[in-house]
Design a protein around this ligand. Sequence first.
Ligand code: SF4
Ligand code: SF4
Length: 509
Amino acid sequence: MADIVAPAYRVFPIIPALKPGAMEGSGPYVSGEKMNEALGFPGKLVDDWHDKAIAKMGDLLGKYRSLKVYMDSCVHCGACSDKCHYFIGTQDPKNMPVARQDLMRSVYRRYFTLPGKLFPKLVGARDLTREVLDEWHNYYHQCSECRRCSVFCPYGIDTAEVTMAARDILDSVGYGQKYDIEIIGKVHKIGNNLGLPGPALIDTMEGLEEDVKEDTGIDVRFPIDVKGAEVLLITPSADFFAEPHIDSLIGYAKVFHATGTSWTLSSMSSEAANFGMFIGNYEQLRKVALRIRQAALELGVKRIVVGECGHAWRVAYSFWNTLSGVGEGADPDDKFAQMLQKQLDHRYRQPTHICEFTWDMIERGALSFDKEANDKHIITFHDSCNVARGSSMGGYPGGQFDIPRNIIKSVANHFVEMDPSTTHEKTFCCGGGGGLLTDDLMELRVKGALPRMEVLKQVADEHGVNFLAVICAICKTQFSKVMPIYGFDRKMVGGVHQLVSNAIKLGEK
Ligand code: SF4
Ligand code: SF4
C-alpha cells in the first residue's frame, strides 16, 4: 500500500498515451487446492488444461448465443477503446475493452472458425498456449465487468460477458482467482462473505440496538430469524460491522421502525452479494441465490428487500426470478419456486430495493425528516455500475437513477451532480468491482479509480462537495481505501441510507 501512488490527475480527460506491458503479470493470486475443490473445480491446473479449456469454450459458445455474437461481430471501430477506467488509469493497451475481448477472440478464431483453422496468421488467430492462459488470468482479472464500454459500442458488445466466460473457463481447468473462490466458499459454509457465524451476527445486532438506543433514546430493533416477519432483509454482510456500511444498516432499521414494518435478517442467509456472477459460473450463482430462497421459505416472509449492494441488486433484479423463483417468470416446474411465489405478497415488487422501499414510504408521507441534520454535507451521488447498467428501480426505465437521488434530496439540502458524461449509464466504476476488491490487486484498484476521482475533485473544488453517496458495498469499501491516496478524506464516502439515518425523525408516525 505504502508504495502505491495515484496517477496524476489529467488536465483534460484525453486518451492516455500507451504504456504496453504496464500491467503485464499484475494478475491476482491463484486460488488454492482446497478452495477450488470445495466448489467442485479441479484443485490445480489440470494436465490436459488445453483440451479442457477449448471444450469448455465450445460449451459456453453453444450455451450463450450472445458470446458467439460478441466473438463474431466486433469491427474494431475503436469506440470502446478509451472508455475503460482500467485502461485510462494503467495506460496498458491490453486493458482497452476491444483488446481484452481479442485475448479470447483470437483463440475463438483459431479453434471455432474455418479461416482461423486454415490461415491463423491472416485472421489474427492464435493457439491457446500457456502464455495465453496466463494472459487471460492476468487481464480478465483487470476487468470489473462494469459494462461501461458496452454503452459506447455501436454493436452493444458486452465485454463483461466475455470476461465472465474467460473466468468460467479458467475455473474449469483449476486456474481460478483466490479472492472470489474463497468468498463463495464462505457463503456456502457459513452464509456470508465474511465468514461471520450466526451467534456473532446476533451479538452484533444486539450491540447495534444498544448503540442506537443510546444515540436516539428509541428502541430500534435489529431482528434476526423472526418467523412470520413481513420483510426479509438481504443485505451485504459488510453492513453488519464495517464503516461506513453499518450506518446504512442503521438507516434501514430506522425506516422499518418509523413505518411500523416487521422485518428480519436471516442468520443462515446473511449475504446479498453473489460472487457467482463475477466468476461467470451459473451453478455457483444459483447455489448462492438458493440460500435466500431457503431462508425466505423457512421464515415465511411476504417481501424480500435488498440492501445497498450494486451487483447483488443486479442479480436480484435480473436473475432471481429464474434462479430462485423471486419475481415474475419463476420456473413453473420448480416446486420450491412455486411455493415461494404463493407465499410472497404480490402487491409489492418482488424483490424490492431498499431505496424503492424508502422512496415509496416518503411518497406516501410515512416518513419525516430534519433535512438540516445533513447540512454539513454537500453531497454528490455516484451511480454504481451494476445498478446503473444492469438493473432498474421503481418499475420504469431510469428509476435506478431517480430514486436514490430523490431520497437524497428529501433528506438533505445540498446536492450537486457530477459531470453528466460520468453519471447515469455512463458512470465510471469505482475501480474495485467485479470481484477485484482484494489487496493483491491494489495497484489496479488505485489506478482504476482515477476517472471517478478526477470528476469528484472537480465538484469538490468547484462546489465544495464533501460527501460521496453510494448504494453499493463494494464502492463504499473501494472508495474508503483509495480516496486517501487521491488526497480525499476516507470518511467522505457513505451510503444513501446513512443520510436517511441522520435526518429521519423517529417516533413521529
Ligand atoms: S466491462 Fe468495464 S472494466 Fe471491463 S473492459 Fe469494459 S469498461 Fe473495462
Ligand atoms: S466499440 Fe464495439 S465494435 Fe467497436 S471496437 Fe469496441 S467492441 Fe469492437
